[in-house]
Design a protein around this ligand. Structure first.
Ligand code: ARG
Ligand code: GLU
Length: 720
């Protein structure tokens, strides 16, 4: 490990500029990048990015709610993140009377701030290379030993984790402070924060003010603690100053945050598998699901509300993967990887590492054999289609009930209560017609796409129930299964409770009859037989394949580090803190199309429509535009800039990340990527990969002039 680490530090120093653009750098190694950053316009020093001895930027960047990033913007614990990151907490406080999602929320003083249940903020205290003496970190005991030692060194009121880099060739231990009293301070209406929501998602040009504001609270000693009225605002070691200077094309920007997952160093065959098999399967199922939901949502307002967040989630993945497939094809990712592999082999042929690695690409690619591909494709289809069906989940609960009743334990009452509450949540806010249509379509696509992965006894079930096809199966489910409706399912639950009250023979007979009926319930069959099929025919093969992929990916990265270190200058994203830097600038996504680097409020108003709600900009915003009331937030060109694009390499998890200029000041909040470049999780191409941020001047304008929240503006440190 030590040898590989030394190699890594050596490469980071000497990577070329082109590579530096697509980097996701470890803050602890900022020293190795600083000269290049300074050459590109960064005016601060490495210890301003990361230091354990003095306050620095890393103290101002937080992991928000486990999957997003946020940043401190005041000495009193105020945090900026995205609207879509805060969404579920804004929703948590929304009612028909106070619909903060629709109308926005602006706390006018500290007493109006709203505690958010379940929201955690993590601040990185330090990260350290795991010393060699702890041995192999893939061994859980060794990891526990590291954590135990760090706990005794730094105290047990902090959280610790050990994370692998370069596929597990190097390990770091992370020490976090975790805050559980976090309160909602402000959010614009969804018609600003989520303007043109799914329509514009992953796309440029973009016009949303995707931000929300929270505050972290601590105990009176400034330490993390659970919610209490006695808590006071937390004073972070450091926070960002906010610049109103604006940006020009070519300006340096840096994004500091928690990117989730990238797979930058896969060989050609693994890329081909994703591009041709896995991602298309996902897109295909999700498209079908979206078409059905959209149709129903367009015809019924209640359905639109109840399915909005599910639709967004399905759409978010589908659109990104579609972009990724198109991008991988258009940049010839497979061909470029093959070229790299040829170079790798040719360098190997004259190197003493020949014996160690000459077979590695072939061995890696042998994972993608016909049997494995078939099983993996089916697991993907299964998880995207059947697994999420409400009918499958209801079947699962009745199966649990059947099993518990067949062998009642002393805990049976609890088990039944549990089944009941799960059943209620399965049916909660579901439209029965739409659910039935989803079942028909998704079950059929699974049967059609994976004919070799159906339950063995399906034919005999079809024969005995006179079922002709998948559609008929669904009809049969709705005619006969207790899992088809909440009430019929709850009737079975009630029957079980009654049976358990009986004694002696009567009880035995009744229980036996319930279990027997459930055994023949087609909903129970649907769950039970498909789960068994999945495990017998696909899952174990798939699991072994994933394990083999992980092992090979680790070995292959070790090989690249030794043989072609310049192509592997930084480790893949793994939800740990990274910084990336690039330049502001538009791009040319396809023939004859040129994108500028920023959008303005004129563009917001130009697409303002009375319906649907998220296309309808607030009238107060229209008035501010009419009067050109932009104050100090206007650009030097007189317009109000809304969003901008730059070449920082980001991924899911970077939402809410601070975008920082050469002076180290906050100039934007990252919230998305451009569709044409979403293949950057696998292959980054600086000509078309762009991150999208909301201009901080638009954020301040909205807080100040739309929200009238002078209290927030006063707390910020605004610089020119
Ligand atoms: N595409 C962004 C991300 O991956 C934003 C998603 C939220 N917005 C939406 N319209 N669904 O998280
Ligand atoms: N919206 C994404 C997030 O929530 C960031 C976009 C991306 O994947 O780059 O993290």
């Amino acid at each position: 490990m030590r040898r590989i680490f030394i190699l890594i530090v050596a490469i980071i120093i000497c990577v070329s500029n082109a590579v530096a653009q697509g980097g996701m750098w470890l803050p602890v190694l900022a020293q190795q990048r600083i000269a290049d950053m300074q050459k590109n316009g960064f005016k601060l020093k490495a210890e301003d990015i990361y230091s354990v001895n003095k306050a620095c930027m890393k103290d101002a960047v937080v992991l928000f709610g486990g999957g997003c990033t946020g940043e401190f913007v005041s000495k009193d614990g105020l945090i900026f993140t995205n609207h879509h990151c805060g969404r579920s907490f804004i929703q948590q406080h929304s009612t028909l009377m106070h619909d903060y999602l629709a109308d926005g929320f602006w706390a006018k003083n500290i007493t109006e701030e709203l505690p958010c249940e379940g929201l955690e903020i993590q601040i990185l205290d330090r990260m350290e290379l795991v010393p060699e003496k702890y041995g192999d970190m893939s061994d859980d005991d060794n990891r526990r030993a590291v954590i135990a030692d760090y706990q005794s060194k730094y105290g047990d009121n902090l959280e610790y984790s050990v994370e692998g880099f370069y596929g597990g060739n190097v390990y770091y231990v992370f020490v976090y402070k975790v805050f559980r009293d976090v309160r909602l301070v402000a959010a614009p209406p969804s018609s600003v924060g989520n303007y043109y929501s799914d329509t514009d998602n992953w796309m440029w040009p973009r016009h949303s003010g995707d931000f929300s504001v929270f505050r972290v609270y601590a105990d009176k000693y400034n330490n993390p603690t659970d919610f209490s009225n006695a808590n006071v605002p937390y004073h972070p070691k450091s926070h960002f100053k906010i610049s109103l200077k604006g940006l020009n094309d070519g300006d340096f920007t840096m994004v500091f945050g928690y990117p989730g997952v990238t797979e930058s160093y896969l060989p050609s065959c693994a890329v081909k598998f994703r591009q041709d098999v896995d991602l298309p399967a996902r897109v295909c199922v999700r498209q079908l699901e979206m078409d059905l939901m959209e149709e129903a949502m367009n015809h019924d307002r209640q359905i639109k509300i109840d399915y909005a967040s599910r639709y967004s989630g399905v759409e978010n993945g589908k659109k990104k993967w579609e972009g990724a497939i198109a991008g991988l094809l258009s940049c010839n990712a497979v061909g470029r990887k093959q070229e790299l592999e040829r170079e790798f082999q040719s360098r190997l042929s004259t190197s003493e590492l020949r014996g160690k690695y000459s077979n590695i690409v072939r061995a890696f690619c042998s994972i993608y054999n016909a049997t494995n591909i078939k099983a993996a494709r089916c697991v993907t289809y299964f998880t995207e289609s059947i697994y999420g069906l409400s009918q499958f989940k209801a079947g699962e609960q009745l199966t649990r009930l059947k099993n518990s009743m067949a062998n009642p334990s002393s805990n049976i009452d609890n088990e039944i209560n549990n089944v009941e509450s799960k059943l209620r949540s399965v049916f909660d806010k579901r439209d029965s017609t739409l659910e039935r249509n989803l079942f028909s379509a998704l079950y059929k696509i699974y049967c059609d796409s994976c004919p070799d992965f159906l339950p063995d006894d399906l034919d005999s079930l079809y024969a005995s129930h006179d079922i002709a096809d998948a559609q008929d199966f669904v009809n049969c489910f709705y005619h006969g299964s207790a899992a088809a409706q909440l009430q019929t399912a709850l009737n079975v639950v009630a029957e079980c409770r009654e049976a358990l009250k009986l004694t002696g023979k009567k009880r035995e007979v009744k229980i036996e009859s319930i279990v027997e009926t459930l055994k023949h319930d087609i909903g129970v069959y649907f769950y039970d037989s498909n789960i068994k099929m999945l495990f017998q025919k696909a899952y174990f093969t798939y699991r072994d394949m994933i394990q083999a992929e992980d092992d090979m990916y680790k070995r292959y990265q070790a090989a690249l580090l030794e043989v072609m270190p310049e192509v592997i200058p930084f480790p893949d994203a793994n939800s740990t803190l990274r910084f990336t830097y690039g330049k502001v600038g538009g791009f040319e996504p396809r023939d004859a199309v040129v994108y500028k680097s920023f959008t303005t409020l004129d563009g917001v108003i130009a697409k303002d429509r009375p319906a649907p709600a998220d296309y309808d900009a607030p009238s107060a915003l229209e008035a501010l535009h009419r009067n050109r009331d932009y104050g100090r937030y206007a650009d030097k060109d007189g317009s109000l800039h809304v969003c901008f694009v730059a070449s920082n390499r980001t991924t899911g998890g970077n939402s809410g990340s601070p975008v920082i200029n050469g002076d180290g000041h906050l100039v934007g909040i990252n919230f998305d990527r451009c569709w044409e470049g979403t293949m950057s999780d696998i292959m980054y191409d600086p000509s078309i990969c762009r991150n999208i941020s909301v201009d901080i001047r638009y954020v301040l304008f909205l807080i100040d002039k739309l929200g009238g929240a002078q209290n927030i503006i006063k707390e910020l440190e605004v610089v020119k």
